[in-house]
Write a protein that binds this ligand. Sequence first.
Ligand SMILES: CC(C)(COP(=O)(O)OP(=O)(O)OC[C@H]1O[C@@H](n2cnc3c(N)ncnc32)[C@H](O)[C@@H]1OP(=O)(O)O)[C@@H](O)C(=O)NCCC(=O)NCCS
Length: 177
Amino acid sequence: MSELPTVSLRACTADDLDVLFSIAADLDTWEERNPSAPAPLTRERFDARLAAATDGNTSQDTVNFVVDVDGSAVGSVELFGHDSFARHAEVGISLVPEARGRGLGTAAIIQLVEFGFSRCNLRRIHLQAIASNTGAIRAYEKAGFVIEGRQRQHAWVRGAYEDIVLMGILRSETFVH
Ligand SMILES: CC(C)(COP(=O)(O)OP(=O)(O)OC[C@H]1O[C@@H](n2cnc3c(N)ncnc32)[C@H](O)[C@@H]1OP(=O)(O)O)[C@@H](O)C(=O)NCCC(=O)NCCS
């Protein structure tokens, strides 16, 4: 693998909110595998969602990081849906369009996977991607995920049904023991 750029994962600050809102409100990268309907997102709704998360009204086990490059937020990455018995969780990531295709996503995923295994004591991390999202699937593969299955025509994506690709990585497949 060619050398990856430097990114850091850190907590969100008030200065990051404009960038995170721009990602959340970007319908072009709307995640159709999400069961809620695509709809424009107002800043008020985004702020209310954030306040609810901060107040602890959403799942306590979601771990959210801002992806930082040279002091600026370029996206966010998260672990959610923790299963404390089977010790697995799902990963999600989104970068601003200008930051994509430069290895930053792969670098951030690798760091989150390490955090999940070595800090959260997970033994498996998984995700779902739309089959046509070849960039995301490739970035996850570069971070060590393998394709585990496929849900045929499971998503309605901008005018066509698409398969959902299921991917996962086991702790035993990494250097974390
Ligand atoms: C998915 C995402 C996080 C990937 O991060 P990224 O920084 O763009 O990806 P990287 O540059 O690290 O790696 C992408 C890899 O896929 C390849 N790739 C990118 N677009 C591709 C395409 N359309 N077809 C084939 N390969 C593609 C790149 O060439 C690179 O592989 P390489 O290093 O072997 O050349 C980012 O693109 C993003 O935020 N997309 C929008 C949100 C999203 O789709 N999230 C994931 C939902 S599952």
